[in-house]
Design a protein around this ligand. Structure first.
Ligand SMILES: Cc1ncc(COP(=O)(O)O)c(C=O)c1O
Length: 556
């Protein structure tokens, strides 16, 4: 209750149980409408009202999941269709097994004659409630891990708030350490195309782990995986397995420099290729979120060897080649950008890169760490019909275990040690668990019409987001290629990093939290992709669309 700045909290007792003991038939213990306030509490209210207090907030809880304003709540809040307390805010909590699961706030809307949700969603399911296990873990984690996370974007700095900690995942859902469940469109940032804990992957890894976890000597699975990759990517005549996407791109660049005897690398603003020194120049992803495209610790002399132009700007690339063509060892590109949010290549862009690299003797590197086996079994290069000299893979080819790969023309790959002078090595490269998970994943992707299904689900999500934005009058541009998409909070079009940056990132933050509150986990940054997996069902997409409609309405 409120009187000016003064607040009084009145804890109210439910005497339903006592009533039930007195008269079980009139007060059944199974009744859903089972609230009888202790008359002493009612008295406390009216005394305060006599003293000039008014009811400001009413807290009540449901003994199940969901902070919804039920029909029963509505009936109790109204008398003859009018609110008992017109200005009051109802804070609804969902309490399961004595644990607070979710919170939401509602006000009476006299025009619509409904109780409308008024919080941004960030109250709901907030892991910040001091008693939550996520909050305890964040506090502990911050003491021993920089920013509490092992990769910067996980820290939610792009959207505000603190991350939840994951306990487990299955199919299209994550469960956090507080028992909250989220429909997952992050998919571990791309690898989980089959969904979480996909049976073939779990079985393959379980079988592999019982045979030992690493040998430092070659295994048959590595040959199987290399054969599967080279068969799917004709431009990759040979392939080397490494342990991350960063290692793949870093090694491909070293190879390109070693093969051409040139030093300069051309990359595109907003494209992210991992965190190797040469690549942290105008990189997207976490760098985009933090606005630090150039990392501290990258020597200027090295950064000077990386030149950048805008994605999709072929005239700028041509000009760069005209100016420095003899110095450029390689052009590295995400053929569909995913790290400034999703930005597809303009018609002819990839073809023009191919032509310019060939003409100037530079190595064309497609970074398909995200797009490989996601847009098609043969990746973006198959979808767009353009062959690079080298390709980098990661994410999906490890089925959720740490992996990367780079490969390409035989003459180039023959320069890698031990065949040639370009050195690259790795204790855990070709790790048997990662290879088992990757093989199981790729075998599942080879079957049936999986890419058509992924495209259908992606299109459905795109429609849902656009409809939600349209209804809420929120400017939104959705860029989608198959099962990867980004909704940019701008009128668009978004064709490069500069236009991506026109997005209203504060609004994205509110939208993100609205979605999270409604049990939908999107990337905690505007400049990332959402990924649909084969574990998502139509009902999941519909639920996400409904959550988007509600979240957009409050994301103003
Ligand atoms: C296109 C692209 N290349 C490279 C990388 C680096 O991969 P990793 O994080 O496995 O080092 C990423 C990571 O997100 C990526 O999206």
């Amino acid at each position: 209750m409120l009187r000016g700045q003064e607040r009084r909290l009145i804890p109210c007792r439910n005497i339903q149980d006592a009533k039930h003991e007195q008269d079980p038939s009139a007060f059944p213990s199974t009744g859903r409408v089972a609230y009888y306030m202790d008359p002493k509490d009612i008295l406390a209210f009216s005394r305060l009202e006599d003293d000039g207090f008014r009811v400001g907030v009413i807290y009540h809880s449901h003994p199940d999941h969901g902070p919804y304003f039920s029909e029963t709540d509505r009936r109790q809040a109204l008398s003859d269709g009018e609110p008992n307390y017109p200005g009051v805010t109802y804070v609804v909590m969902s309490v399961v097994s004595r644990t607070l699961k979710a919170v939401a706030a509602y006000n009476w809307n006299p025009e619509r004659r409904t109780f409308d949700r008024i919080d941004q969603g960030d109250l709901v399911g907030s892991p910040h409630s001091p008693s939550s296990r996520s909050a305890a873990l964040i506090a502990a984690s911050n003491r021993v891990i920089p920013g509490g996370v092992n990769s910067p974007v996980r820290a939610f700095r792009g959207v505000g708030g603190e991350p939840f900690f994951v306990a487990s995942a299955e199919g299209a859902r994550l469960t956090d350490v507080d028992g909250r469940s989220y429909l997952d469109f992050v998919g571990s940032w791309g690898p989980m195309i089959l969904g979480h804990a996909a049976r073939p992957v779990v079985e393959a890894v379980t079988a592999a782990v019982s045979r030992g976890t690493s040998y430092g000597a070659p295994t048959p699975g590595e040959v199987d995986l290399a054969e599967m990759i080279t068969a799917a990517y004709p431009s990759m005549e040979m392939v080397r397995l490494v342990s991350s996407g960063t290692e793949a791109t870093m090694s491909a660049i070293r190879l390109a420099r070693g093969a051409t005897g040139r030093d300069v690398l051309l990359k595109f603003d907003g494209c992210y290729h991992g965190h190797a020194d040469s690549l942290l120049v105008k990189a997207g992803s976490g760098g985009a979120t933090f606005g630090i495209p150039d990392s501290a610790g990258v020597p200027e002399s090295l950064a000077r060897l990386t030149v950048t132009t805008a994605f999709n700007d072929i005239a700028a690339v041509r000009a760069m080649f005209e100016a420095r063509g003899r110095e450029i060892a390689a052009v590295i590109v995400e053929p569909v950008a995913g790290n400034m949010g999703v930005v597809p290549p303009a018609p002819g862009f990839l073809e023009a890169l191919r032509e310019l690299c060939t003409r100037h003797g530079a190595v064309l590197i497609f970074d398909e760490v995200i797009t490989g086996f996601r847009l098609a079994f043969g990746g973006a290069q198959m979808k767009y019909g353009v062959s690079p000299d080298l390709t980098c893979l990661g994410k999906i080819i490890g089925g959720g275990l740490p992996v990367g790969a780079y490969g390409g023309r035989r003459d180039l790959m023959s320069r890698i040690a031990p065949l040639g002078p370009v050195y690259q090595a790795g204790t855990l490269s070709g790790n048997p668990l990662a290879v088992a998970a990757g093989l199981a994943t790729l075998r599942a992707l080879r079957e049936g019409e999986v890419y058509r299904r992924l495209d259908t689900l992606g299109a459905e999500l795109e429609r849902g987001l656009l409809a939600a934005a349209g209804k809420a009058g929120v400017p939104l541009t959705v860029n989608r290629v198959g099962s990867m998409l980004t909704g940019f909070f701008t009128n668009g079009p978004v064709t490069d990093y500069a236009t991506a940056k026109r997005s209203d990132t504060a609004r994205y933050g509110r939208f993100f939290h609205g979605m999270l509150a409604r049990g939908v986990f999107l990337a905690p940054s505007q400049f990332e992709a959402a990924f649909v997996s084969l574990a998502h069902r139509e009902a999941d997409i519909a639920a996400a669309a409904e959550a988007a409609a509600q979240s957009m309405a409050t994301a103003h």
